[in-house]
Design a protein around this ligand. Sequence first.
Ligand SMILES: Cc1ncc(COP(=O)(O)O)c(C=O)c1O
Length: 435
Amino acid sequence: MLPALITEIPGPRSLDLAARLSRVECRNTTFSSPDWPIFWERADGSNIWDADGNRFLDLTSAFGVATLGHGFTADSLRHQSASLLHAMGDVHPARLKVELCEKLSDLTFQRWTHKPGKTLLGNSGFEAVESALKTAVLATGKSGIAAFQGGYHGLGYGALLGNGIPWFREPFAPQLANVSTLLPYPRIHHESSIQSFREALANLNPATTAAILVEPIQGRGGIVVPHPSFLSELRAWCDAHHALLILDEIYTGLLRTGPLFACEHSAVVPDLICLGKALTGGFPLSACVGKSEIMDAWPTSNGEALHTSTFLGNPLGCAMAIHSLNLLSSPETATRASTTAAHLATALSSLHGLPFVHEIRGPGLMKGIELRHPNGQPAGNIVISLVTQLLKKGLILLPDGPLGDVIALTPPITITPEEIDHSTQLIASTLTQLA
Ligand SMILES: Cc1ncc(COP(=O)(O)O)c(C=O)c1O
């Protein structure tokens, strides 16, 4: 469905809600300006309706969560909510927790290595990362973490250790343990960054490094695609130095980049994989899945789990995740994802040569358009204007990258060719106007 003609964005209800929210929510949380935000009321597929009744196309899948489109797992939520809302996660768990852990094992390590994987469930994505970091300490007896400049793993204190975007990290640096090393991320076709990465990896201290934490493609860092041998080089380093390779596939996982997991582009098997976002299609549930022999570094529970939480293995989230994983792992969905991705790539290629367009990159349904000024400077200001103008025309998009100079497009698999073409035409005409 293409967006309805919109005359006033944000409308009066959204403006009123923004004013009320600013009085009662921490001021750092929701960005508010005369042009932003709209308040969501309802969603279906790629469409969002706001509190004023305007309809929008969501080209973000709401931070990569609604990979199958909004509302796809609502039936499983409704069905599950009729019988059980909450259980005692690490004491008397919901039956569905078993089924979800089995499914996660089947889709990851069982498929890759013919041996089961073991899972630690969490709520937000950053919790899966923190579970992985704790596992690395237990499995290796070391405490150092290597992560990447531009990397993003969520904002809990553990996950912040691997955060490579100074904006997020620096205000809290005094409370962060001095255990991380940030390596350069080797961008594809950028010889100097590939060389700096290799030098930094060669200098990484094997005696202290417990794990390398990495996104197979940087998401929040600006949809940055690495050199093709990147993950294999990390795998080799970890194998040689008794360190764990932790792949953060919270964004890239579950068909976002083409295959079910982005590591499958390079056939690299991690020691631990972190999943979240699209796992449920709209419920806070995450998972750290690891090789059994590594996860068994955790001691057997003696009745007091070393790592758990009140909502661990929540049955609503488990039901949605099982439903979502069944759909995401089906051949029909994979075909739909590749057809949609091919259409998106063709449509976006028509933007080459337009004002400010420096690079269009990213596999599958994880695309970034980097904008630069004619003098070569990053055009974060143009990205902001573009995203704001496009909101007024019915498109939901986000700026990305540490400099905000990338427009990220991570639409649902179910977006239609007409919706893609319409969006691309609006992006093109708005870029031309801004020039
Ligand atoms: C790669 C990656 N890891 C971790 C996270 C954190 O997930 P959450 O915000 O659910 O804690 C994100 C969120 O954007 C992410 O993109």
